[in-house]
Design a binder for this molecule. Structure first.
Ligand code: CA
Length: 490
C-alpha cells in the first residue's frame, strides 16, 4: 500500500514536472519563405486555379495578415530586412548581392545580426535551408551568421533538377574571359550542406522540404528554422506529372508555375507532418510569406497578384504586399483575418520576444505581433511602413489610410492613394491633397534620416569597377599555375 502510494506520488511529481516543462518550454520558430509568389496564387488569398491545401489549413487555423508587407519589392534586400528585423536601408543593402566566393564585400554587413543569431545565443538550435542570397563568401555563410545548420545554395536562384547541375563551373567565364558577377550565378552549382557538398538527388523543392522535416525531427532543443524556398522563382521547372495536374490552365508557363507552387505546398505538408510526429506542432510559430510579389514585367505574366497593381520590382502594392500568415496553436491567437499593418520586420521582433532571444546590438525595428493577435493590444502594429530603392530612385510610405509613392521610372511624378477607399491604387489623388502629401513626405524624410546610402554595386558597375580586381586575382593564379611543377608519380 505504502509502495503504491509512493509510486503514485512519484508519478504525480513526474507528471507535474512534465507539465511545468511543457509550460516553460520555449516555442519553436519556423519561417517559411516563398520566392516571387503572386499574391493571388494560393488558396487562402482566393486562387481557385492553384491547389495549396496545406497552406490553406495553416491559414484557416492561424492569422491571415490582410495588410502584410515585405520591405523591398525584390529578393536580396527583402531577405536582408526580414532576416535582421531591420530596414535594410539602415545598412545600405538595396540591390541583389553577387554570389562570388571571393567577394569580401558583397554580403549582409557583419554589424547586423540575424534573428537566428539572437535565438542561438539563448539556446536555440538554428537552421537555414534553401536560398541564401546574402553573400557568397565564407564571411557571409549562414554558418557564420547564426545558423548551426545550412543546406541549400548561396546564390539568388537555382535550377530545380539535379541533372542540370554542372560539376565544373569556372569562376571565370571561358567565353569572354570575364568573371561571373551576376546576382544569380550559381544556379547550376551543386548544393552544399554546411561547408561541404550536399546531396541533391530529387526535385529541389522536395529535397529542401525533406531536409527541413529531418531537421525538425532531430532537434531536441527549441529550434529556429528559416526555410527559404526558391519556388516559384524562375527557372520554370516542375515534375511532368505535377504540371499535368494543371491542364485546366491554358498558358504553358503558368501551368508550370502552378505546379511549382503545388510542389512547395506538398513540401510544406511534409514539414507539418514532421512537426506533428515529433509533438512540436502546437508550440511552433509558423510564419509563411513571399519575399516579394509575383513578376509582371518583361513578359513574365504567369503570376497573379490578385487585384494589386504591377508586381515584383514595383512600389505599387503588387511589389510588396504579400500573402502572409502566422500559425501558433499554443499562442492563443485570435484566429482569422488581421487588418493592421504588418511587416516582414515583425518576424524577428516576434521570434526574439517569444523565444527570449538576445536583444543586444542594433535595434530591432519590427513589432512583437503577439499582443496584437491575442487582443491584448489594440490597433495597428505600425503607424507607417517605408520603402526605399537604391538611395531613393523609387520610394513609398504607407499609413493605414494613405500611401504616397514614386515609381522607379524616369519622369514619373509621386502619387497619393486613399488605401481605405482605393486599396488597389486606381486613382491618384495627389493633386488635391497637398497637405496630406506634405505629411506623408515628412514621415518618409524622418525615417530616411536613419538610413545610409546604398553601399553595393550593380552587376553592370561590377563589369566596369570590379573587373580589374578579379582580373588581377585570375592573372595571379595563372602565373602561379605556370610556375608550379607538375606532379610526378613513381
Ligand atoms: Ca524574390
Amino acid at each position: 500500500m505504502i509502495f503504491s502510494k509512493k509510486i503514485g506520488l512519484m508519478l504525480f511529481l513526474a507528471m507535474s514536472s512534465l507539465a511545468v516543462n511543457a509550460q516553460n518550454e520555449k516555442p519553436n520558430v519556423l519561417v517559411i519563405l516563398a520566392d516571387d509568389l503572386g499574391y493571388g496564387d494560393v488558396g487562402f488569398t482566393g486562387s481557385k486555379e492553384i491547389f495549396t491545401p496545406n497552406l490553406d489549413k495553416l491559414a484557416n487555423n492561424g492569422v491571415v495578415f490582410k495588410n502584410g508587407y515585405v520591405t523591398h519589392p525584390y529578393c536580396g534586400p527583402s531577405r536582408a530586412g526580414l532576416i535582421t528585423g531591420r530596414y535594410q536601408a539602415r545598412f545600405g543593402l538595396e540591390i541583389n548581392l553577387t554570389n562570388s566566393p571571393f567577394d569580401m564585400y558583397n554580403g549582409l554587413p557583419l554589424s547586423e545580426q540575424t534573428f537566428a543569431k539572437r535565438l542561438q545565443k539563448t539556446g536555440y538550435t538554428t537552421g537555414a535551408i534553401g536560398k541564401w542570397h546574402l553573400g557568397g563568401s565564407d564571411t557571409f555563410h549562414p554558418n557564420n551568421r547564426g545558423f548551426d545548420y545550412f543546406y541549400g545554395f548561396l546564390s539568388g536562384g537555382h535550377s530545380y533538377f539535379p541533372e542540370n547541375v554542372k560539376t565544373h563551373m569556372p569562376l571565370i567565364n571561358p567565353k569572354n574571359n570575364k568573371p561571373h558577377y551576376s546576382a544569380n550565378e550559381g544556379s547550376y552549382w551543386p548544393l552544399t550542406r554546411n561547408n561541404k557538398a550536399g546531396e541533391f538527388n530529387e526535385y529541389l523543392t522536395t529535397a529542401l522540404s525533406k531536409d527541413a522535416a529531418k531537421f525538425i525531427q532531430s532537434s531536441d532543443k527549441p529550434f529556429c528554422l528559416y526555410l527559404a524556398y526558391n519556388a516559384p522563382h524562375l527557372p520554370l521547372e516542375a515534375p511532368k506529372e505535377t504540371i499535368e495536374k494543371y491542364n485546366h490552365i491554358k498558358d504553358k508557363k503558368r501551368r508550370t508555375y502552378a505546379a511549382m507552387i503545388d510542389e512547395m505546398d506538398q513540401g510544406i505538408g511534409l514539414v507539418l507532418e514532421s512537426l506533428k510526429k515529433s509533438g512540436k506542432y502546437d508550440n511552433t510559430l509558423i510564419f509563411f510569406l513571399s519575399d516579394n510579389g509575383g513578376p509582371r514585367k518583361n513578359g513574365e505574366t504567369f503570376a497573379n497578384n490578385g487585384n494589386f497593381r504591377e508586381g515584383k520590382g514595383s512600389m505599387y502594392e503588387g511589389g510588396c504586399h504579400v500573402p502572409f500568415i502566422l500559425h501558433w496553436p499554443k499562442g492563443n491567437l485570435n484566429v482569422g483575418e488581421f487588418d493592421g499593418l504588418v511587416s516582414a520586420l515583425d518576424i524577428a521582433a516576434t521570434a526574439v520576444a517569444v523565444g527570449n532571444g538576445d536583444t543586444s546590438g542594433e535595434t530591432l525595428e519590427g513589432t512583437n505581433l503577439i499582443p496584437y493577435l491575442t487582443g491584448k493590444q489594440k490597433g495597428s502594429p505600425h503607424n507607417a511602413l517605408y520603402w526605399r530603392m537604391q538611395d531613393g530612385m523609387a520610394w513609398a510610405v504607407r499609413t493605414e489610410k494613405t500611401k504616397f509613392l514614386k515609381l522607379n521610372k524616369k519622369g514619373v511624378k509621386p502619387e497619393l492613394f486613399d488605401m481605405k477607399k482605393d486599396p488597389f491604387e486606381a486613382k491618384d489623388i495627389v493633386a488635391k491633397n497637398t497637405k496630406k502629401r506634405a505629411q506623408m513626405a515628412k514621415l518618409w524624410n524622418e525615417w530616411n534620416q536613419g538610413n545610409t546610402s546604398n553601399r553595393y554595386l550593380q552587376s553592370g558597375e561590377y563589369q566596369k569597377k570590379r573587373l580589374d580586381l578579379y582580373k588581377k586575382m585570375y592573372e595571379k593564379e595563372q602565373q602561379a599555375a605556370a610556375k608550379k611543377k607538375l606532379l610526378v608519380i613513381e
